[in-house]
Design a protein around this ligand. Structure first.
Ligand SMILES: [Zn+2]
Length: 295
């Protein structure tokens, strides 16, 4: 999700010159057990593992929030952030990379996250996004999967191809029974699929199924955006997204353009239970699904 999405999701203030006002943002911490925590502020949901080895942080929201995030972590541990995982390259998940990287964190992410953060990009709305300074780049990358043995946890990071982007990862804390899904899962809102950055609807469904294959009945699921979720929430979301795909795929196969498909309102009959006034409206979602299936 990009900046506009965050504004829609959180409703928080924008200053007169269009900059987001982070001064009112507070970082909230939820204890998920096993030394694993979810934190929320503005931007993508954070995951934190603390214990005898140190601190592993998943995502870092926006640069102006780095001090608040570090303060929230210091309430859990007297150690600094040793490892910082990026679930994907979007700025509401990597905006603090430079600060934490300069603070000594070792940044870990998929090959495509480093590739995108280290070069100028054009985002899904056609805006230029400049390369980040090299302190913000991942220094350990992987193509498929990597495992940490850390704080008494086996932490498996599984790349999910062509999902929200081309660099997504699902991070599974085996002993704590927690999965962080990054933006492959939006809880209680229309999902954003960044087709311009290699995402696709089939990969999003695959990511849900991969997480479900890793999960047990009581697994706590951290979505990229939205509240902490259960396995039942993830199954329900997977089924709704699949129903949207199945409504649109025959139209793509029949040769209709994305514009024709959006105009036909293919999602209306599904009564998807998500707010329709967010950054991702039903029409935008239909367009992203149609575009990804046309590629
Ligand atoms: Zn995102």
């Amino acid at each position: 999700m990009g900046a506009v999405a965050v504004l829609a999701a959180t409703g928080f203030a924008v200053t007169a010159n269009g900059q987001q006002d982070f001064s009112k943002v507070t970082i909230e911490t939820q204890d998920l057990g096993g030394g694993v925590y979810m934190m929320t502020g503005a931007g993508g949901n954070l995951g934190v593992s603390v214990g005898e080895n140190g601190v592993l942080l998943i995502d870092d929201q926006y640069a102006p929030l780095s001090d608040k995030i570090a303060a929230a972590i210091s309430a859990l541990s007297d150690k600094g952030v040793t490892y910082l995982f990026n679930t994907h390259h979007h700025g509401d998940h990597t905006g603090g990379n430079e600060n934490f990287g300069n603070g000594g964190a070792i940044i870990v992410a998929h090959d495509n996250v480093r590739r995108r953060l280290s070069a100028d990009q054009v985002d899904a709305r056609g805006n230029d996004v400049l390369a980040l300074p090299d302190a913000a780049w991942p220094v350990i990358t992987y193509s498929d999967k990597t495992t940490f043995y850390y704080n008494g946890q086996e932490v498996n990071a599984h790349h999910t191809p062509a999902a929200h982007t081309d660099g997504d990862v699902i991070i599974h804390f085996k002993q704590a029974d927690v999965i962080h899904m990054g933006d492959t899962f939006f809880n209680n809102m229309y999902p954003f699929i960044d087709v311009s950055a290699g995402g696709g609807i089939d990969g999003v469904i695959d990511a849900h199924n991969l997480a479900l294959s890793l999960a047990g009945p009581n697994t706590k699921i951290i979505p990229g955006h939205g509240p902490l979720a259960t396995v039942a929430d993830l199954i329900a979301t997977r089924d709704l997204i699949a129903s949207a795909r199945d409504a649109i795929k025959p139209m793509v196969d029949a040769g209709k353009s994305a514009e024709e498909i959006v105009a036909a309102k293919p999602l209306d009959a599904l009564n998807l239970p998500w707010p329709t006034d967010g950054f991702i409206t039903p029409d935008i979602f239909a367009q992203l699904v149609a575009t990804s299936l046309s590629n």
